[in-house]
Design a protein around this ligand. Sequence first.
Ligand code: GRF
Length: 221
Amino acid sequence: MVSSDRPLRLAVLISGRGSNLQALAQAVADGRLNAQIVAVGCDRADAGGLRIAAEYAIPVVLRPRRDFPTRASFEAALFDQLAAYSPDWLVLAGFMRVLSAETVLRWSNRMINLHPSLLPLYPGLDTHARALAAGDAEHGASVHLVTPELDSGPVLAQVRLPIEGADDAERLAARLRPLEHRLLVAVCGWLASGRLVVGEAQIRFDGTALSAPLRLDEEDQ
Ligand code: GRF
């Protein structure tokens, strides 16, 4: 468990734009999040988020997958280097790689992922299009613990938004994005303050076992 007075040490993993990284870094800079982003891990040299890491002077661990012969050697290179920064938590924020069970278990109960759907609906890709094709009335995003099965770990918190008639996948993704940012910052804040505690046997929020995902309420948004 992390004591509530020292900043939570986060390593954020990205593959692309990095808008969630930016939301976290700005919340830290503004004093809204008692955390330090100790490193950014990335698997793509062309990821836009690398510019954001530079802007906030966050060390980068860049390990392009193609530089390594196997997934195991790639993951070892990336995660061993991130471990050297002693993060309390790894935050997968648009990191587009399926991780081996070995790596996941090594970071068991210390790694979260932001997923753009109301899990257990729509694990995997193309979540916005799938929600639209299903005729869903609402969509959303989830932050969950990472377990070996893809997008299937315990969901810590969710944010919802109504689907509108004018939504296509792109519009829906754009409407969801600011809510994803708030959700991720909120979850990291709860971990930093000790309100949210992830133990071996139980997840607790304000001392009570979590029986359903936390919901980001209107007033938190
Ligand atoms: C987000 O939509 C997140 O839910 C998904 O990947 C996207 C990352 O966006 N896992 P960004 O790179 O943080 O802008």
